[in-house]
Design a protein around this ligand. Structure first.
Ligand SMILES: C[S@@+](CC[C@H](N)C(=O)[O-])C[C@H]1O[C@@H](n2cnc3c(N)ncnc32)[C@H](O)[C@@H]1O
Length: 270
């Protein structure tokens, strides 16, 4: 077995298991992982510590199956893209980060119906009304949410569904108080403080600082969704929407110290 994450030794190769990516015996993948920034490497380790079957069960639970074309908006290292690709005809994973995309393409070679493209979510190289559903996990708070929702609305077909998982204020309080997942190049406390300032700036001026996070409480997202033309079908804690009596696997609590933490919603283009 190959250990690709020597810092902690958690991630072990599982050659031959059907739901693991076929990456672990490939030297150029190991090399690419070793070259990641510490924060990215730690994140990838957490992503791959979970079997792809877990991601797939969430995809089924939210009903993102049997579609012709799905968008994974902000796909990162592509684990959701791969899970979606196993249940739909075609998936396009879009992300702004070329390093993550390059690795995603190397990791998920067993899903030929997944395609990775580089772009910002606020202006995607996709035709209007060209995707049946759009999936966006833990990304919109890094983007200007009003612009991203308008863009998602544009590329979705009429009645197309949108899944988003994002963060309220509780998440940033949690980061500040509990110092969640620190890395050599990531300080959760600094991140929480900077996010607070940026969010207030965004709400006061309407101007978003590119590439930085903001808090996206559900009252605000509901307002944006309505303004954009979406109707909300479900809104609840992360990992809990379940249309098929499948697996409920929340990774986070819905509230932290009384504040909204991480939540997910499904909306429809009406
Ligand atoms: C926390 S990661 C989540 C990635 C993936 N959805 C997942 O669940 O593992 C956030 C991702 O958003 C991407 N991102 C940030 N701002 C973006 C933007 N404006 N447009 C597209 N992607 C963006 C980052 O490069 C990163 O891959």
């Amino acid at each position: 077995m190959t250990n690709l994450f020597s810092s902690s030794g958690i991630m072990q190769a599982k050659p031959g298991t059907s739901s693991s990516p076929p990456y672990l015996s490939v030297p150029e993948v190991a090399e690419a992982i070793a070259g990641l920034r510490p924060q990215d490497r730690d994140f990838l380790e957490r992503v791959l510590a979970k079997d792809l079957a877990v991601y797939e069960s969430r995809v089924r639970a939210i009903g993102f199956v049997g579609q012709q074309k799905i968008l994974d908006a902000g796909c990162g290292f592509g684990q959701w893209t791969a899970a979606l690709a196993r249940h739909n005809e075609k998936v396009v994973g879009i992300d702004v980060d070329p390093v993550r995309l390059e690795l995603a393409a190397k990791l998920w070679t067993d899903v030929p119906n997944a395609e990775f493209r580089q772009s910002r979510l606020e202006a995607m190289p996709l035709e209007s009304e060209s995707v049946d559903a759009a999936f966006c996990y833990s990304v919109i708070y890094f983007t200007d949410p009003a612009k991203t929702l308008r863009e998602l609305y544009r590329v979705l077909k009429p009645q197309g569904r949108l899944y988003i998982c994002t963060n309220g204020w509780g998440w940033f309080l949690y980061n500040f108080l509990e110092r969640h997942n620190p890395s050599l190049d990531f300080n959760p406390r600094t991140y929480a403080l900077q996010t607070t300032v940026r969010t207030l700036w965004y709400y006061l001026t309407g101007r978003f600082m590119k590439g930085r996070a903001i808090a996206t409480p559900s009252w605000y997202m509901r307002r944006l969704l309505k303004r954009t033309g979406f109707s909300v079908l479900a809104l609840q804690g992360e990992g809990t929407i379940n249309f098929d009596n499948g697996l409920i696997t929340p990774n986070y609590k819905p509230r932290y110290k009384g504040l909204e933490n991480i939540y997910e919603f499904i909306a429809v283009k009406s």
